[in-house]
Design a protein around this ligand. Structure first.
Ligand code: LR7
Ligand code: MN
Length: 533
């Protein structure tokens, strides 16, 4: 089995979604902080809200570690105050685009647990300042049981801002669902509580969703430095990906797609989204089953949502003309009541068990400690998947994320035994059932098989039927996981050809073997894979 996965478990935001400086280009930190704030009609924007009092009531005390409470430099954040100018990081061609005059409005949902006042206020104010007012129906804050009740209550004095508070800690997943259920606009926009949205961030996203309500769209997520709060442009050539341990990562757009991009303002298809910042039609969100509300606190919901959107008829994209800054941190500044590792395992296990079909085995090999850990009942989510008639994970692998390599299983070669005999591929006679042989201590390669669903392979040759009817001879041909004649699946003790519904049968042991109507336990259809070295 392939190794080299990240240490297990790795439920860490810094490791998983922190953009490294290599993913950042063209930054200039001093530029953005020194620009004068734009002339905003403050009173109008903030209503009766007293920004100064709000911010000064809770600031870092002299001598305190500025990183302790929030895992970013609070002193720097506080120094910036409630708003600042940031550089427009979009490609210059974005500024020339135009959007429909009658775009639908949105509810901006921001869940938070003990967020710093200055970062939270900048998030809210940047939304109010940098969005066309007609598009913002409301900003809905969900206070996930923060220690200070007033954080949220006071902000609700700002026009258009509402605040809901959980009476116990729920985590970001259930908090967002609560927000969605209370939202009054037809479009939902999710944001983390330490963001700053950039020029014209909203219109491109709402436009794409208006044109096709099954699209779920996100911006390019710029980096706000956790040390000096510089606003840094992120690379526009990245999309969301993951490895088999369900560890999110940014990755380069595949080269063919990159070459085909004549226009840098076009959307980028992405296999998964980072999770925190996206726009989605509210009816589509509800139709697709919102979120899995049995996931706790943090993590995994972005995979679950991404698989579900793709597999159940929607799509995910990153819009390069929309930019939102986010403070990427290296650790969680809050506690996990059940522990960080167990929570991540529970959440990702639920995503894997519901959505990944036979591919979940790769998740378990990459994260062995997940086996046997509690993840609750998934009955409801499985019936949701059935009700929505979603495609198999194999479809997702083939059509959405073919770049995700299935771990090499070459190491697990088996003989396929029947009684005391073995399946063998002879160059002269084709596929036969014959005595199991060994050369010295090892088997001849002609009797070694790799069962990598749906393929039964020998090097680059795969077992295939010739026609789809009973009696069809089986032969070896070049592997192609999309070729229906090559699709097999172990079923009980039989080897089922998935498309014809027939089973591998050895009634003509001298070969070539054929497929026949499945008859469970018929001796000539019982195959026993036995791992060999
Ligand atoms: O118990 C909690 N309750 C909350 O309301 C824990 C967190 N939260 C809030 C928190 O205040 C914040 O607003 O939830 C939001 C996300 O938590 P962060 O900021 O601690 O997490 P993160 O930025 O590392 O999280 C990324 O992955 C998460 C997986 O569950 C979520 O999907 C986050 O929304 C996501 N953030 C982003 O996608 C922003 C870009 C970062 C990346 C990649
Ligand atoms: Mn965040």
């Amino acid at each position: 089995m392939k190794t080299g996965y990240p240490p297990d478990p790795t439920p860490h935001p810094g490791g998983s979604c922190g953009r490294t400086e290599t993913a950042v280009n063209g930054f200039n930190s001093s530029l953005e902080v020194s620009q004068p704030p734009p002339p905003e009609p403050q009173g109008q924007l903030l209503g009766g809200f007293d920004e100064k009092a709000y911010l000064s009531a809770k600031q870092l005390k002299a001598g305190d570690d500025p990183y302790r409470e929030h895992a970013f430099n609070l002193q720097e954040s506080d120094r910036l105050g409630g708003e600042r100018a940031i550089r427009d990081t979009r490609h210059y061609r974005c500024a020339a685009l135009s959007y429909d005059a009658d775009l639908p409005s949105t509810t901006v949902i921001i869940t938070f647990h003990n967020e710093a006042r200055s970062t939270l206020l900048r998030t809210v104010k940047s939304v109010l300042m940098r969005s066309p007012p007609s598009l913002i129906q409301e900003v809905l804050l969900i206070d996930d049981f923060s220690s200070d009740l007033e954080d949220c209550q006071l902000l609700a004095q700002i026009p258009k801002v509402r605040c809901l508070r959980n009476s116990r800690r729920e985590g970001l997943i259930r908090s967002r669902v609560k927000g969605a259920n209370s939202a009054s606009a037809p479009i939902l926009t999710f944001l983390d509580s330490h963001c700053e949205v950039n020029t014209d961030w909203l219109q491109p996203m709402i436009q794409r969703v208006k044109e096709d309500h099954t699209r779920v769209v996100s911006p390019i997520i710029d980096v706000i430095s956790l040390d000096n709060f510089a606003y840094l442009a992120a690379s526009a050539d990245l999309r969301g990906g993951f490895d088999w341990s369900l560890h999110f990562k940014w990755e380069q757009i595949p080269i063919e797609q990159k070459m085909a991009r004549s226009d840098p303002t076009l959307p980028i298809r992405t296999p998964v989204i980072a999770g925190g910042i996206f726009v989605m039609d509210k009816s589509w969100f509800n139709h697709l089953g919102q979120y899995d509300t049995h996931m706790d606190i943090w993590g995994g919901e972005n995979f679950e949502l991404s698989f579900r959107v793709w597999m159940c008829g929607g799509s995910l994209e990153i819009l390069p003309c929309s930019r939102v800054g986010h403070v990427f941190r290296k650790r969680h500044p809050y506690d996990f009541p059940e522990g960080n590792a167990l929570t991540y395992i529970k959440n990702t296990r639920r995503a894997a068990e519901v959505w990944m079909d036979e591919y979940k085995q790769f998740y378990y090999s990459a994260r062995p400690s997940a086996q046997g850990k509690a993840f609750g009942s998934i009955t409801e989510r499985l019936s949701l998947r059935r009700k929505l008639n979603c495609k198999p994970f194999r479809w997702y692998m083939e059509n959405v994320y073919p770049e995700l390599r299935v771990p090499e299983q070459a190491a697990v070669a088996s003989v396929l035994k029947q009684g005391g005999l073995c399946l063998e591929n002879r160059r002269t006679d084709g596929l036969i059932l014959t005595e199991c042989r060994s050369i010295g201590v090892s088997r001849p390669s002609s009797q070694k098989w790799e069962l990598v669903e749906p393929l039964i392979r020998q090097q680059d040759l795969c077992l295939a039927i010739s026609t789809f009817s009973a009696g069809s001879k089986v032969k070896m041909e070049l592997c192609n996981a999309k070729e229906p004649r090559q699709k097999w699946k172990p079923k009980g003790t039989a080897l089922l050809h998935m498309v014809s519904g027939l089973c591998l049968d050895s009634q003509t042991p001298a070969g070539p073997l054929a497929v026949a109507q499945c008859r469970p336990l018929l001796a000539s259809q019982v195959w026993e894979p036995q791992v060999v070295t």
